[in-house]
Ligand binder design. Structure first.
Ligand SMILES: Cc1cc2nc3c(=O)[nH]c(=O)nc-3n(C[C@H](O)[C@H](O)[C@H](O)COP(=O)(O)O)c2cc1C
Length: 390
């Protein structure tokens, strides 16, 4: 299979992605007071060098109160623009597109890192702005018994927050990012507004489905004021949350957001409760792909599929079946940052090292031309004549 959809370019607005492979946002819990560190440069850098078309930097918080852990990245001040720009520069040098996800943890803020137990943080002297880090949410409803109740946002604070997302978009543009994703999933602030489980407000931001969609709609409008027309805007949704919000609501929201300037819905699930939505009977390969297909069909918008997409031919099939326009590979790219190269080889793509930097692409290409490498056919043919190696 030399002509693949996975390795065909896609232009969204004024931005061309060299292939359909996306590194989705993945928290590194490694920022210092919101600032990226060398870890972030190395992390985003290795994915960009590995050949992905688009690398989306983790959920970066639009205000201090929105930080999930002490290690979250921030973008609530202009001081973050330059250090984030360093990541962008490196990603672009590898011929990849640099994206960033904007987020706010809402009532799930002020928690430990996942490997420290994923529970509410205790006050420590190291956190010198503890009281400024109060978790806020649409209503004072705790995520579960394990979590403290957040403070309900005042109406004027909701308005301020909308503007904070807009300002964050301005900074993301100034840092040089070319794709912006709004985090509307996983039980964080935007999702908390959408869900009637977490949103019991009596003002225009609560009540009916349309009212609950108002926050993300206003956020999108505020973002589009600052985010240039030629740059794509994605929104990640928990298309199914198993708590009253499902594909129908998500497609409805996508139809509202599309004319406001949203180009792609990144289709995830869950997070508003601790019970993962089980679509069908169990979590399996491509388990969220039907959600992407549903939104794509019912909202007429491009979608990104994510969730246990692990193999190149699996990704290619999703695209061929018209279930998504982009494929995000998360944990598997942690396992193998060179996944795009690997997938290209396994799919038999012409010039599998074309998209990676010559520092290693040149040598791997030369080896491949001699018939040695990781193509399945090479493996199946067994060892070659060692005399041919030079
Ligand atoms: C370490 C880690 C951090 C994550 N951080 C984020 C994040 O910042 N924003 C987000 O929307 N999803 C986040 N996710 C979810 C991933 O983007 C992705 O949706 C999920 O891992 C499922 O895809 P996969 O099966 O390919 O890993 C994270 C996942 C992992 C493993």
């Amino acid at each position: 299979m030399s002509e693949t959809l996975l390795f065909s370019p896609l232009t969204i607005r004024g931005v061309e992605l060299k292939n359909r492979i996306v590194v989705p946002p993945m928290h590194q819990y490694s920022a210092i007071k919101g600032f990226p560190t060398d870890w972030h440069l190395m992390n985003a850098g290795k994915f960009a060098a590995g050949g992905a078309g688009l690398v989306i930097v983790e959920s970066t918080k639009v205000e201090r109160r929105g930080c999930g852990t002490v290690g979250d990245l921030g973008i609530w001040d202009d001081k973050f623009v330059e250090p984030l720009g360093r990541l962008v520069k490196f990603i672009k040098q590898q011929n990849a597109v640099a994206g960033i996800q904007l987020g706010h943890s809402g009532r799930k803020a002020r928690a430990t890192r996942p490997w420290e137990g994923d529970r509410p943080l205790q006050r420590t002297p190291e956190i010198d702005d503890w009281d400024e880090w109060t978790p806020v949410a649409p209503s004072a409803i705790a995520h579960s018994e394990k979590w403290p109740a957040p403070r309900a946002l005042e109406r004027h604070e909701v308005k301020d927050l909308v503007q904070a997302w807009g300002e964050a978009a301005r900074r993301a543009d100034a840092a040089g990012f070319d794709v912006l994703e709004l985090h509307g999933a996983h039980g964080y602030l935007v999702h908390e507004f959408l869900s009637e489980k977490s949103n019991q407000r009596s003002d225009e931001y609560g009540g009916s489905e349309l009212n609950r969609m108002r926050f993300v709609t206003e956020v999108t409008e505020a973002v589009r004021v600052h985010w240039p027309d030629h740059k794509p805007l994605f929104v990640r949704l928990s298309v199914e949350d198993n708590a009253g919000w499902g594909p129908e609501q998500s497609a409805h929201l996508a139809r509202i957001l599309k004319p406001k300037g949203v180009d792609v819905i990144d289709c995830s699930s869950g997070g508003i409760t601790d019970v993962a939505p089980i679509l069908g009977k169990e979590i399996r390969y491509s388990y969220q792909v039907p959600l992407s297909e549903y939104v794509k069909r019912h909202a007429g918008i491009m979608t990104m599929a994510v969730g246990l997409i692990i193999h190149g031919d699996q990704a290619e099939q999703i695209l061929r079946d018209g279930q998504a326009d982009l494929i995000a590979v998360g944990r598997e790219i942690l396992n193998n940052p060179n996944w795009p190269m690997d997938a290209a080889l396994k799919l038999g793509v012409e010039g599998p090292f074309r998209n990676v930097p010559p520092q290693f692409g040149y040598w791997l290409g030369a080896r491949d031309k001699r018939g040695f490498g990781t193509r399945p056919s090479t493996w199946q043919n067994g060892l070659r004549d060692p005399g041919k190696v030079s």
